[in-house]
Design a protein around this ligand. Structure first.
Ligand SMILES: Nc1ncnc2[nH]cnc12
Ligand SMILES: [Zn+2]
Length: 334
């Protein structure tokens, strides 16, 4: 392991942008397909990996939703999340906020309870086995209707005290945040925190909508905000956290090359940027891989890497006293 690797892994960090369905490794996909008797359109693990060449977000989403079909039972969701936590622990993650897409499963006839109970049991194990705290972000699929999002929020009510936030993901272009203004207002009234993917492929106008119409606490991605100076200034002034995902940006062609990734420009502009893995099984790396790839491509300093880790706690949905405790431990190491 290089010095850089050791430094990155030793940095206590929070992961704020992780789709648990996007942590489904091809090996587990095959094992679950066999366990559940589900046919998958791949002959081998290598065949699956070869299919992961994406020209844009939609190319990826088509494959990602198809892959999720092997997830059928509570044990499957448990095993999926347990595998993620093992990787996260090895990468120095001490707190993880997991997005899950209930509609990907309920639309296939899998009960909401099956999904969330499997995830919750793995989260309890992660706390016991690795000392990792975690939280759930229920994400609405934006290519589906407002009505379907309201139904999903209603289905979540029995577990409300175990869900930290709602999010908004899937196909961004043509599905602006304003479509979900009312369901986000309802979630806010229920005491949930709010985050939304914006400015990944969508224009700066979608970031404005996420701020003004959804009143989000965080922006997932936010890359295209950099096209609008006034928006950048506002995001910086408001201390808005951006959950940036370098390897995802590369795989989905949001950046042409990591050497052109804007992560350090974001920090230089005063943005509260963080580094995360998004869909690690599909994009070639977990959180430490993302830190390393960005550090090498952009020549990030240890101070910048420390700042990114700091931002991950400041931008988390943890209570203020827990954030303060994490920052104290991190500062003692820097
Ligand atoms: N990067 C991403 N953008 C939008 N929706 C997603 N769902 C999973 N990963 C996503
Ligand atoms: Zn995402």
């Amino acid at each position: 392991m290089t010095d850089l690797d050791s430094f990155i892994r030793a940095l206590p960090k929070a992961e704020l942008h992780l789709h648990i369905e996007g942590s489904l490794e091809p090996e587990l996909m095959f094992a679950l397909a066999e366990r559940n008797g589900v046919a998958i359109p791949y002959a081998s693990v290598e065949d699956v990996r070869a299919a992961y060449a994406f020209g844009n977000l939609q190319d990826f989403l088509d494959i990602y939703y198809a892959g999720a079909d092997v997830l059928r039972t509570q044990r499957d969701f448990h095993d999926l999340a347990a595998a993620y936590f093992d990787r996260a622990a090895a990468d120095g993650v001490v707190h993880a906020e997991l997005m899950f897409d209930p509609q990907t499963h309920t639309d296939r006839g899998i009960p909401f309870a099956t999904v969330i109970e499997g995830l919750l049991s793995a989260m309890a194990d992660a706390q016991a086995r690795h000392g990792i705290s975690s939280a759930l972000i229920l994400s609405f699929l934006r290519h589906l209707s407002e009505e379907a999002a309201f139904e999903t929020l209603a289905a979540a009510e029995p577990w409300l005290d175990q869900i930290a936030a709602v999010g908004l993901d899937s196909s961004e272009t043509g599905h602006p945040p304003e479509k979900f203004a009312r369901v986000f207002a309802a979630a806010r009234a229920m005491g949930l925190r709010l985050t939304a993917h914006a400015g990944e492929e969508g224009p700066p106008a979608y970031v404005y909508q996420a701020l003004d119409l959804l009143q989000v606490d965080r922006i997932d991605h936010g890359n295209r905000a950099l096209e609008d100076d006034a928006l950048v200034d506002r995001l910086a002034r408001e201390g808005m956290t951006l959950t940036v995902c370098p390897l995802s940006n590369l795989k989905l062609c949001v950046v042409d090359d990591l050497v052109n990734h804007p992560i350090d420009r974001m920090l230089d502009r005063g943005l509260r940027a963080t580094i995360n893995s998004d869909d690690p099984a599909y994009f070639g790396g977990y959180i430490a891989d993302n830190y390393r790839a960005a550090a090498v491509a952009r020549g990030l300093t240890r101070a910048q890497l420390g700042q990114l880790a700091r931002n991950s706690f400041t931008g988390s949905f943890l209570p203020p006293d827990a954030i303060a405790a994490h920052l104290e431990r991190l500062d003692a190491l820097l």
